[in-house]
Design a protein around this ligand. Structure first.
Ligand code: FCB
Length: 482
């Protein structure tokens, strides 16, 4: 997620061990933009928007929903930059019909939303909350009634607090509970909900939530990282099995947060390369390798240690129908001798074009990560499950004339088309996000929506990017300028 890529604090405590100098770190490319030979997307290309339950639903106490780790975390003073909570958010628990109408008005054929585990299984295991399932049934039926294909993310960071109280993702049992929860959903909704994304950006939750303390569950314990990585991967494999057992005709993927990790200082700073390799292993390969190859990179398996049990890698290495890619920006890192991992995040090279958070706007990074999947991972079917940018003016009212957003999306789609022409099996693109919403630790100061949301009145106002995306989805032709 965004902060994952912008935080410049030392990534202390990764304990990745000694890293050898060598290949692997990606050097900054001189050229950020790629021009595709054709600007035409295929007719069956999937256009959609993405969201996450905790960021939009609100209604945290409604109809038997249990507490999640984010309910706890957002109330710890100082954790959310503007002191806000998601207790109302965009009120999509009540106003999902308006969300659907907006998606329909944009002519988008797909909606990626996430299901709230504590709404469906309030304590994370055992009793199922029928009212929670009913909500998602209404949402799914509402989408289908308007010919919008639902893509449901099973887990977008909102772990039931009751499971965290037993150790959360550091506890192997959580992986098994994810599978139970997946099975409940598959059995109840799998007759019409056919497309699933199991995990969202497990890398971000493991690092920001367990090492840097910036996201729920707010821990800063390097010793947790290995077990957390492994149990999230294991839970993913078990959940895929459980979904397939519940219905035979599901299309199941998972979403990776992919970012090229580049050594600060480029060619001249060879000493920064091991740091880049370390973060690349942790944020990219610790997730791609087990899911798509059934292995861990050496330095990641060193971290996992005894958490790995016989048979786990086979369980994790399930066939998937598509890989979801979330891409926002590359990361830059440098060697930091004061941290045990020797890794610190660094600034992009001087002169780079930056977004509101100081991240490098670099569409070529999207083509690069799609290239990894094509060349290193057997060229799976791919959907870009998130891409987008936030308003540059943070806490000021949302900007309606958001040409910067249109430009960002257009340039990233040029990179996507270039990768597609090179052979990537890219089938879809989801803008993050429909409505300005609760952006985790950044509260409401970071607005990514195609639609502005007035928190005082609930009024939703279309931004220019909404119309631009609508006309793109209709024609399938990428314009050459905003
Ligand atoms: C992604 C997260 C999503 C949102 C966007 C901006 O990393 O998956 O929930 O925060 O960043």
């Amino acid at each position: 997620m965004s902060e994952f890529q912008i935080n410049r604090r030392a990534l202390g405590g990764l304990a990745l061990g000694a890293t050898a100098l060598g290949l692997g770190a990606c050097e900054p490319t001189a050229k950020t933009d790629l021009q595709p030979a054709s600007r035409q997307f295929p007719k069956d290309f999937v256009w959609g928007v993405a969201s996450a339950a905790f960021q939009i639903e609100g209604s945290q106490q409604a109809d038997g929903r249990g507490k999640s780790i984010w309910d706890t975390f957002e109330r710890i003073p100082g954790k959310i930059i503007d002191g806000s909570t998601a207790s109302i958010a965009t009120d999509s628990y009540n106003r999902f019909g308006e969300d659907i109408d907006l998606i329909k008005a944009a002519g988008l054929g797909a909606y990626r939303f996430s299901m709230s585990w504590p709404r469906i299984v309030p304590t994370g295991q055992g009793a199922v909350n029928a009212a929670g399932l009913d909500y998602y049934e209404r949402l799914v039926d509402g989408l289908l009634a308007k010919d919008i294909v639902p893509y449901a993310t099973l887990y977008h960071w909102d772990l039931p607090q009751a499971l965290q109280d037993k150790g959360g993702w550091a506890n192997r049992d959580t992986a098994l509970r994810l599978a139970d929860y997946a099975s409940v959903i598959g059995q109840r909704l799998g007759d019409r909900l056919k497309r699933f994304i199991v995990l969202n950006e497990a890398a971000a939750q493991s690092i920001l939530g367990h090492l840097l303390g910036m996201h729920a569950p707010g821990l800063k314990d390097p010793a947790l990282l290995g077990p957390v990585i492994h149990h999230m991967n294991l839970g993913q494999g078990l959940a895929i099995q459980a979904l397939r057992a519940s219905q035979s005709d599901l299309s199941i993927g998972t979403t990776f947060a992919l970012q090229p990790v580049r050594a600060s200082g480029g060619d001249l700073a060879v000493w920064n390369r091991p740091a880049a390799e370390g973060l690349d292993a942790l944020s990219n390969r610790a997730w791609l390798d087990p899911a798509l190859k059934g292995t861990y990179p050496k330095r990641v398996s060193d971290l996992i240690g005894k958490a790995l049990m016989d048979g786990d890698m086979a369980t994790i290495h399930q066939p998937i129908d598509f890989a979801g890619v979330n891409y926002y920006a590359p990361a830059y890192v440098k060697l930091d001798l004061s941290s045990p991992s020797k890794i610190a995040l660094a600034k992009p090279p001087k002169g780079s074009e930056l977004d509101a958070f100081g991240r490098h706007i670099d569409p070529s990074g999207l083509a690069e990560v799609l290239g990894w999947l094509r060349k290193d991972y057997g060229n799976p079917q791919v959907m870009i499950t998130e891409n987008g940018c936030s308003d540059p003016f943070s806490s000021k009212p949302a900007i309606i004339k958001d040409t910067f957003r249109i430009t960002y999306i257009r340039r990233h789609l040029e990179a996507a088309l270039t990768a597609k022409a090179a052979g990537s099996a890219l089938n879809g693109y989801f803008v993050w996000t429909l409505l300005d919403n609760f952006e985790w630790a950044l509260g409401y100061t970071s607005k990514f929506g195609l639609v502005a949301h007035d928190r005082a009145t609930g009024v939703r106002t279309l931004k220019d990017s909404f119309g631009w995306v609508a006309s793109l989805a209709k024609s399938g032709t990428l314009p050459s300028r905003p």
